[in-house]
Design a protein around this ligand. Structure first.
Ligand code: HEC
Length: 168
């Protein structure tokens, strides 16, 4: 190998190392970054109700998109209209540092979705079941949706929805 070729190879390897370390450092997240959840569009939706699950020690906010909230305001949710989306946002329960008597939301746990489309999701009561992952809504395949649906079955007379609108 000629000297100039060696130099070129050296530069090439050096650049490669720089690129690799930059990528590695970019991937390294501080604990604060990883603890901060990325929320989906439900962050701007309005509230239907809250719930507290004692066994799992979690707090939940049940929210609706504009279509769902409009139907809830008119009390026309049997059935919920197509286009309604319900979000159940779950946090682990925590206490407030300055007010220990209160249970407040702690670490974000999950955000689940029910999407109404009578035709598309006819096999699961007209509801698609999914969840938000990194801010994106991902719908479950039918087999998994059927597991969700099975547990929502007892609420058949309320269009398979557990939540009763608390703001009416
Ligand atoms: C073990 C029973 C059970 C299973 C399984 C279940 N749910 Fe639920 N779900 C509930 C109950 C009870 C509520 C009422 C709200 C609460 O207490 O958190 C609820 C509420 C919801 C809500 C808010 C609307 C409503 O019905 O009140 C969404 C959205 C939701 N579930 C999505 C899902 C998805 C998606 C799955 C499957 C991955 C699922 N659920 C599986 C019991 C269940």
């Amino acid at each position: 190998m000629k000297k100039s070729q060696n130099l070129k190879l050296g530069l090439f390897l050096f650049a490669g190392c720089l690129f690799l370390s930059a990528t590695l450092f970019a991937e390294t997240k501080t604990p604060a970054d990883t603890a901060k959840p990325v929320h989906g569009e439900y962050i701007d939706w309005r509230l239907l109700a809250v719930s507290h699950r004692e066994d799992k020690k979690t707090l939940r906010a049940i929210l609706g998109n504009d279509t769902a909230i409009a139907a809830a305001r008119k009390e026309q949710t049997k059935p919920w209209p197509d286009g309604s989306v319900l979000a159940k946002v779950v946090w682990k329960e925590s206490t407030h540092p300055n007010w220990p008597q209160a249970i407040v939301p702690g670490e974000f746990a999950s955000a689940e979705a029910m999407v109404k489309d009578g035709k598309k999701y006819a096999n699961t009561g007209g509801w698609g079941f999914g969840h938000w992952e990194g801010g994106k809504l991902i719908m479950h395949e039918e087999a998994k949706a059927k597991e969700c649906f099975a547990c929502h079955m007892p609420m058949k007379d309320n269009d398979y929805v557990y939540t009763f609108n608390a703001l009416k």
